[in-house]
Design a binder for this molecule. Structure first.
Ligand SMILES: [Zn+2]
Length: 488
């Protein structure tokens, strides 16, 4: 994620943009009292201390199939979600996360199931228990006007826009538009079929596999087979100029709201011009980042820029980041945010968080990528960025946040320190272990951990293994509270 206002001030400030107890997440379960069988109720949370009710225990999702219709006249979203999961315990019931909506039916393996709702928790009790290790298919039919979220970063969730809708947010968004095991520890493949009035586009992650029109409604089918954290699933409905192309074996779908062609930006250019030019640099940015992080982890890429000026951030939705148009008021800011969100395709999407506490692994690397890009552009080196930031006074609030455990409030989780000191931590490691070991650590991290959920401890262990050095003290001072003493 890149936050709008801060991204700008950091860009101005930078020319361009750990420890701590790995949370072990498991599909924990709670025993049903008085149960005559071994079947248990799946837990209502996956075990993240920051967000105890995010995700659920007792199963592991393999795929989501969403067949949805959105009507911009009524703002009603309706359809079915098919969730294929494997039980990690013998279950008498299990939970999904879902906010709002009327549920008209829930089936498990084709049989009607009982449901109960409590806030964002939907408890599903199938006709019979689900054996540990068994795959089961849950189909939820639902309908309603999705609720927007206000999580401290401003508007997020399922937003109604001038010409449609936009679903985007972090850490919470998925449960506001589909039933889900809503935590990055449980990634799954996603297929989205979105039906919208003819003349509007429906855009989601991955590859556009089909579109067809019938009776004034167009259905767009998107397929994203690589496992994806639920918060990275995006949906945009509205008028878009779609630019489809292929470069270096990667297929791109970029979508820009044509209304942005009327929004003035730098010089004589429009927001749409600068967005288009910034997205045109994606292949080059991916090539630069691949030199450090290894091959781009997916087959497809592209970005979405919707005319939603109140959106305060950009988000690294898998294969299809969503950008606030505010980033494209000037070329420098536009290119940097694109590099940042592309870096997240490795750092956060392919290698994803086992718990939100470890957010610096996402934002530190994405910010470090901005420094690598600045070096590629010839504007500054990572060392210059590091040295300039290291001069911030010891009393600055910048040094106060323990970025390895920043806390669950949005202002802490996405604080400037998590991003910038996160990048400084990456560079401090580089200075400590030397160029060769650093390059090997980074490459190994993004290749061997691809597709997995990770913690800070995992990163420290890999860095120590590759470098052969004891690095606990380095990470303790960089990820903890206070200005590192090693800065002198
Ligand atoms: Zn970010």
């Amino acid at each position: 994620m890149t936050r709008g206002r801060r991204a700008r001030s950091w860009a101005a400030a930078t020319t361009g943009g750990v420890l701590l107890g790995g949370v072990v997440l498991s599909g924990c379960t709670t025993q049903v009292e008085g149960s005559a069988t071994a079947a248990v109720a799946g837990a209502d949370g996956i075990g993240d201390p920051y967000y105890p009710l995010d995700g659920n225990g007792g199963y592991d999702v393999g795929s989501y199939g969403l067949e949805l219709r959105f009507d911009p006249d009524s703002d009603v979203l309706s359809g079915t979600a098919t969730v294929v999961a494997t039980a990690t315990a013998t279950l008498s019931s299990f939970n999904l996360d879902l906010l709002g909506f009327e549920i008209s039916s829930v089936t498990v393996d084709g049989e009607a199931a009982q449901t109960a709702r409590d806030g964002g928790e939907l408890t599903v009790t199938p006709a019979g228990s689900l054996a540990e290790g068994a795959e089961f298919t849950t189909v939820v039919a639902y309908e309603g006007v999705p609720e927007e979220l206000d999580d401290g970063l401003g508007l997020a969730g399922f937003l109604q826009t001038a010409d449609g809708s936009l679903a985007v947010g972090q850490p919470d968004v998925a449960a506001s538009w589909f039933p889900v095991n809503d935590h990055p520890a449980d990634a799954a493949s996603v297929e989205v079929s979105i039906t919208v009035p003819e003349g509007l586009e429906g855009i989601s992650n991955g590859e556009l596999v089909d579109s067809s029109t019938e009776d004034g409604w167009t259905t767009w089918q998107w397929s994203a087979p690589d496992p994806m954290a639920p918060y990275l699933v995006m949906l945009a409905v509205g008028e878009f100029e779609i630019d489809e192309y292929e470069e270096d074996g990667i297929r791109y779908w970029d979508a820009i709201d044509p209304a942005l062609a009327d929004e003035p930006a730098q010089g004589t250019e429009s927001i749409a011009d600068i967005a288009s030019a910034s997205l045109a640099r994606q292949p080059e940015a991916i090539a630069v980042l691949s030199e450090w992080f290894g091959p781009y982890p997916f087959d497809v890429a592209g970005g979405v820029v919707d005319d939603v000026p109140e959106l305060g951030f950009a988000l690294e939705n898998q294969t299809r980041p969503v950008y606030s148009p505010a980033f494209f008021s000037d070329t420098g800011s536009g290119e940097v945010v694109v590099v940042h969100e592309l870096a997240h395709q490795w750092a956060g999407d392919s290698v994803r968080l086992a718990g939100w506490q470890h957010i610096w692994l996402n934002e530190g690397f994405a910010t470090y990528a901005e420094w690598l890009w600045a070096e590629h552009e010839g504007t500054s080196t990572p060392q210059e960025e590091f040295d300039r930031l290291a001069r911030r006074p010891a009393g600055s609030s910048f040094w106060r946040t323990a970025i390895g455990d920043p806390g669950p409030d949005s202002d802490d989780l996405f604080s400037e320190a998590v991003y910038v000191r996160g990048a400084m931590t990456v560079h401090a490691l580089r200075m400590a272990v030397g160029e060769e070991a650093f390059a090997e650590i980074v490459l190994e991290w993004f290749t061997s951990e691809a597709g997995r959920a990770v913690t800070t401890d995992d990163f420290v262990a890999l860095a120590e293994e590759v470098s052969g050095e004891e690095l606990d003290d380095l990470f303790a001072e960089w990820l903890g509270e206070g200005r590192p003493a090693s800065l002198g």
